[in-house]
Design a protein around this ligand. Sequence first.
Ligand code: ADP
Length: 572
Amino acid sequence: MPMEQVRAEAPRADSRPPPSAVSVEESLEVLVDVARRLTRAHQATVVLTPAPGKSKGASVTSLSRAYEDWGGYSVPSAEESARGAGRGRGTRAEPRGRLCVPLPSGAGMLHLFDREVGDFTREDDVALSGLVRLASLALESARLLREEQRARTEAEAAEQRAAFLADASRVLASSSLDPKATLDTLARLSVPVMADWCFVDLKDDTGAVQRTSVAHADPGEDALAARVWDFPPGPEGSVHPTTRVARDAESVLVHDVDEAWLRRVSVSDEHHDVMRDVGFHSLLSVPLLARGRSLGALTFLAVRPSRHYTQADLETAQDLARRAALLVDNARLYREARRSVRLRDEFLAVASHELKTPLTPLQLRLQWLRRQTSADLSSSLPASTVLSQLDVVQRQVDKLAGLVDGLLDVSRLSSGGMTLQREDMDLEMLAREVKAHLALAATQAGSQVSLFTRGDVKGSWDRVRLEQVLTHLLSNALKYGAGQPVHIELRDEGDQVLVRVEDAGIGISPEYQAHIFERFGRAVSERHYGGLGLGLYVTRQIVEAHGGEIHVRSEPGRGSHFEVILPRREPA
Ligand code: ADP
């Protein structure tokens, strides 16, 4: 939405220039000068009561020519004050007379020092009291004016924020289901109203933070923007400011950015230089929170000197981030729902195909047996022929039973979790059994299987369930292993045991890696590789029921490593 529109619609604050008035400093200067001349004192100083939290109040001094000429007393220059140098040039004489007149309402004190004329008179005191009353009126009005100007500036800023929020909300409300495009528009809308630079960083499926939008107010800074794109590093322990906000889900407001802060949050010298070249002196970064989870971060940078982020800006940004996060979350849920529907449809197609595959040979054998027996009821088929046909029938029935068992397992897991029958066992013994059991499959796949055990791999686990895990990981390594060798490693890791199954086969592309442990998650077409996409889902459920974890590392064409970490005992 163009900015002109925002300005046209937003109700503007009264934009008349504030009435001109003397400032507090000017009033004080006039006061001390007139007070000195009126009493013919050599020095007049007004010292204001310190502001809360300050140890010293401001002071203003007026000196007569004679006093300065005498050389015993002069106002120090800025440099002298900075060096802490004394005020005097030469010997400093104590003034002879002194008169102190309090300013009304405890605002401070007017001091008059008279060196040559003698003590001050009663008339001086009366005249000064009147003068002080007058001056304090001027002082009061100057203060009120300053207060009013501050309030006016704040009101304008608040109005600007409200107009920006209204505009941003319109963008969000009319957004499509492409959150990136909407966030891009939002970032562009934020400059220059809210910021000189605005970034959006979103977590991807793996939790890594990716920069998705960069908007800046100055069109001449495209080259710098290209460098800014390069610094949203991954979430692992990074000090990068926006990555931390996205990861820890906590807002960051830096009113004044300094060199020490830049050093602290830079991930490299190059990153530091980019931040310095952007030249921001104030930063605001808020998490995109939806359903209690952080989806990323929305960040504003202030470059122009008049802009410093405050608590009020933080609240505006948080409000905006909440709305934006809702949008991102909805889009993700929608995408997820569509993916689930697609997966379910694919699953139904694959399941019917897989369930039908053993049925065809089964039917053929049964028809053949029926034909043979009905053609000649008296002739008895040789037992060996019947037995070999029945073997085929049995194999297909086993295959069907296996598929149906798998389906039942999944539906049981979805409805009620898993109960484990733990017993003390040796994982190496079990792995040997599984390897032997799959020897024929390994031969058929043309893969050699090796098994290494390092240290003690005993623990208390559910034997039947772990057999399922090992069988499944090894069968997959053979199925997707492209006839290359397969290694199984079992390792003692203190309180845990690590199981690693490695193949050098077709591998899994990164975008599928996050999904293969889901129900019906498959990374290959069923035409080339059968399977229901349930095995790794069940495997993960079993591993997690044991308090463990399963991970995959894989590169397409280079093979896959599956790692299971199993705590030896049930957590207390
Ligand atoms: P499926 O019955 O389809 O094999 P799984 O749950 O066992 O189901 O595996 C899910 C998907 O993960 C498979 O469809 C395949 O794409 C991929 N996959 C599993 N193991 C491997 C492996 N060792 N190498 C390559 N891809 C694998």
